[in-house]
Design a protein around this ligand. Structure first.
Ligand code: DQA
Length: 147
């Protein structure tokens, strides 16, 4: 069975109470439960981790490469400026693994600084604007690429 590591960046641990008018009322724990269910429906093992630290996210991306896990990543604010995260994300496609960038909101419709993603250029693809469903769509995209 293929494994997909879902990584959530800074402030996403506050889902449910963080600006619910933008990010919705689903908590991070709810998201974990839903993602595990979507994974099991698709025959994928899903592991979900969240950190506010760039270092943790980079190390987990290295672990994904070494373990041959596909990745779904919501880099949150790091999307817009973290070259360290971009370089770590770039390791996946060159190892034959999928990496899907996801966002709950559509950053292109928001403040100017959110219009730049330093991650998109190395991702297999990006899904944005569908709330927590962005994660389901990302898992479906990875599953479709595997079959
Ligand atoms: C986000 C969009 C980012 O601009 C923001 O910094 C986030 C969440 C999203 O999921 O819509 O923290 O990645």
């Amino acid at each position: 069975m293929s494994t997909v590591l879902i990584l959530n960046g800074p402030n996403l641990g506050r889902l449910g109470s963080r600006e619910p008018e933008k990010y919705g009322t689903t908590t991070h724990d709810d998201l974990v439960a839903e993602a595990m269910q979507w994974g099991s429906d698709l025959g994928l093992e899903v592991v979900v981790r969240q950190s506010d630290s760039e270092t943790d996210l980079v190390h987990w991306l290295h672990e994904a490469v070494d373990s041959e896990w596909h990745v779904v990543i919501n880099p949150a604010a790091f999307t817009h400026y973290s070259y360290a995260l971009r370089d770590a994300c770039a390791l996946l496609p060159s190892a034959g693994l999928s990496i899907v960038e996801v966002h709950l909101t559509n950053p292109a419709t928001r403040e100017e600084f959110r219009h730049t993603s330093v991650i998109s250029g190395v991702a297999t693809g990006t899904i944005a604007g569908f709330g927590v469903d962005s994660y389901r769509l990302a898992l479906e995209a990875i599953s479709a690429r595997l079959h």
